[in-house]
Structures are given as structure tokens and as C-alpha cells.
Design a protein around this ligand. Structure first.
Ligand code: ZN
Length: 385
């Protein structure tokens, strides 16, 4: 190992402190187990499988790991079930921002589907305003602890429902008020994104931004539709683009037309390694396509998807990747800059985050090694030296 790679191999503490950028995280997939228990108690929600926070956390992880789609979906019925009042939404959003800041995330786009939070009588607008209020509160609490984070909301429409245009209009109405873009999510098979063309066409006419969950379970046709029919700015997951890349025995790599397009046009891939392992889209971190996609210089980003169900965080995702691929602080910086470049906030603000927050943050981490090295070798300098 050269001194350069030693310098850049991050320790868990450095991974934690490194400024990270998150583009794909679900609000209803990241609750604290203790909060779920308290919100259920306060609202009279009686469906929880466990009422001890620790056991509940394990239950979520095991249900998501089980390989059963039914059990996986059940996890969201509980989190969404306790997020039906204004106070609950404010609290969950505030804790989300707080937890991400504690994890060293400096910029995050967190998504949720407003249409799933109407059971307690809230309007779509009230849902959006409650979540925005929570994010601002979380940012404020982080600041009090000396941490800096900025959180933008993405409004998600559910693929199987028929409210995409309405949600797109909602995203547009709140675009300068905390909402930075739009997304569609839900089962890919049987629900192609082209069902919601009216929503995407509306957003394009409004010069607004959107990402589409595509190429997770379902392969290339889903990615192709999301890009070429719907005009997505980013791909939620997009990991199956790997199906259009051939690695020959002599190491030669050949990209199909779609993979070439994605790379040439710098289409951001919101990759979520741990989540893919749970849904079977990859079998291990070492075999996850992110390794090849990074090597081929796709616009790859690292994301958490559902922190509670996957028992993960941005730091954990990077710990797994550092272990699997030997990634350095330079790789971490590359992923973080990629993500920041792909964010939906204005260009000048992205640039300022990259130049004033991300790059200086990594430069400082990288320089720590120099001083540690000086301290540990200073005693061994001899007169011959
Ligand atoms: Zn997702």
C-alpha cells in the first residue's frame, strides 16, 4: 500500500465526519423505532407487531430481509399508519433532518407521498406544510449542535394510483417553499411510468425537476421509458442499467446504446446498495454494480433508500463500500460531488455546496493523516536522516 492510499483510506470515524450528500431517502422509511411506538400510543394505532422500540427495530429489519414482498410492504403500513396528523409529520420530518445531520449528511433530498397521509383528515397542502416545518425544525436543531444540513423535499406520486398530475401540481406550487422536485414510486411491474405522462409533461412545461423510480426490480425497458418517454432528470436506483453493459473475459467492457446514453448524458443514478441487497437486485456489496459503474465513470451516487428497514445510514453505506471496493476518501468525495451536482436546487447553490462545504471537508480529513504521520515518525528521525 502506498502512502497515498493509506492517506485516503477512511476510518469509520472519518466516514462519519465526511460531508455526505443524499438524494434518495424515503421519509416513511427512516423513522426512529421509539418514535413509531410513541406516535402509535398517542394516536391509538394498535397494529404494531412490537411495542418495545428495540424489538420493533429488529422486526422492521427482519421483515425487510425476509424476501417476502408482503412483509416488506407491511413495514410501510405501520410507518405511514402513525404519520397521519400534523404533529406526527412535523416530528418525523424534524427527526429525519436531525438524524441525517448527525450522520454527517450536509445536503439531502427526502421524498414522501402526500397522498398517503390524508387518513387523519389533512389536506395535501397541510401535509406538505407540516413536513416542511419539520425539516426546518430539524435543520435548526442541527445548527444548535454545531451541525449543518439543508433538506429539500421531493413529492412522490404512487405508480398504482391516479393522482400523479395532482401531486406534480402540488410540487410545482411549493417549489420555492421547500419542495425541490417530484418522483414516482411503487411497484414497477405492471405500472410503467408512461401511465403518468401527463404529470411529467406538465412538470417539463413548468421547467421543474423530477426523478423516477426505475430499473430497480424491473430492467432496461423501465429505465428506457423513464428517460426517453417521461424525460426523467435522474433515475431512482437505475441499477439494472448493468444489464446493458457487457464485460468480456479479456476485461474489455462494452456498453449498449441505453447504457451509453445514460453515461454520455451524465444521467444521475440514485444507487442504494443495502436496499438492493434486501430486494435481491444484488447478492453482495462486492458484487453490487456500483463497483463497475464507478469504474466506468457513470454519474453514480450513494443513497440509503429506507434507513429503518435496511438498518442503514449514509455512513454505513460507505463503510460497506469501502470494505467491498477499497474506496478512499477521494472516492467518497467523488460520489458526494456527483450527488451534489445532481441535486435539484439551483446551480449556483450546488456549486457553493461543492466548493465551500464538500471539498474543504474532504481536504481537512485528508490532511489529518499528514499530521498524524508527522507525530508518529518524529521520534524516529535520526542524525543520519
Ligand atoms: Zn426508493
Amino acid at each position: 500500500m502506498t502512502s497515498q492510499t493509506i492517506a485516503n483510506t477512511p476510518t469509520p470515524d472519518q466516514i462519519h465526519r465526511a460531508p455526505k450528500v443524499l438524494l434518495h431517502d424515503h421519509l416513511d422509511g427512516g423513522l426512529r423505532p421509539a418514535t413509531i411506538v410513541e406516535l402509535a400510543r398517542d394516536s391509538g394505532y394498535s397494529q404494531l407487531p412490537e411495542t418495545d422500540p428495540e424489538k420493533l427495530g429488529v422486526w422492521f429489519r427482519e421483515a425487510a430481509d425476509s424476501g417476502s414482498l408482503e412483509r416488506y410492504l407491511e413495514t410501510f403500513s405501520h410507518t405511514v399508519g402513525v404519520m397521519q396528523t400534523r404533529d406526527a409529520l412535523v416530528r418525523v420530518a424534524a427527526e429525519c433532518a436531525e438524524d441525517l445531520a448527525e450522520d454527517g449528511v450536509v445536503y439531502a433530498e427526502v421524498r414522501y407521498a402526500p397522498e398517503q397521509h390524508l387518513e387523519g383528515g389533512l389536506s395535501l397542502e397541510e401535509v406538505v406544510e407540516a413536513v416542511n416545518e419539520g425539516f426546518r425544525e430539524g435543520e435548526r436543531r442541527a445548527r444548535e449542535k454545531g451541525l449543518r444540513i439543508r433538506v429539500g423535499a421531493l413529492l412522490t406520486a404512487m405508480r398504482h394510483a391516479a393522482r400523479a398530475l395532482e401531486i406534480a401540481e402540488l410540487a410545482n406550487r411549493y417549489r420555492d417553499l421547500g419542495v425541490v422536485g417530484f418522483d414516482i414510486a411503487g411497484a414497477e411491474a405492471g405500472y410503467p411510468p408512461t401511465r403518468h405522462l401527463d404529470a411529467f409533461e406538465y412538470l417539463k412545461r413548468e421547467n421543474n425537476h423530477f426523478t423516477i423510480h426505475a430499473g430497480e426490480a424491473f430492467g432496461l425497458p423501465s429505465i428506457w421509458q423513464a428517460l426517453q418517454w417521461c424525460g426523467a432528470d435522474r433515475l431512482g436506483h437505475g441499477v439494472r442499467i448493468i444489464d446493458d453493459i457487457q464485460v468480456h473475459e479479456d476485461g474489455r467492457v462494452e456498453l449498449g446504446r441505453l447504457a451509453s446514453y445514460v453515461r454520455d448524458k451524465r444521467i444521475p443514478l440514485e444507487l442504494c446498495p443495502s436496499s438492493n441487497l434486501q430486494t435481491g437486485a444484488a447478492s453482495s456489496y462486492a458484487e453490487h454494480p456500483i463497483g463497475l459503474l464507478r469504474r466506468l465513470h457513470f454519474r453514480a451516487t450513494v443513497n440509503t433508500d429506507n434507513r429503518l428497514m435496511s438498518h442503514t445510514s449514509m455512513s454505513r453505506e460507505f463503510e460497506h463500500l469501502v470494505e467491498a471496493f477499497g474506496y478512499t476518501l477521494d472516492d467518497m468525495q467523488w460520489f458526494s460531488v456527483n450527488a451534489m451536482k445532481s441535486a435539484f436546487i439551483p446551480f449556483d447553490e450546488r456549486l457553493a455546496m461543492i466548493n465551500d462545504v464538500i471539498k474543504p471537508g474532504y481536504a481537512e480529513l485528508k490532511s489529518e493523516w499528514l499530521f498524524r504521520q508527522t507525530a508518529s515518525t518524529s521520534g524516529s528521525v535520526t542524525s543520519e536522516g
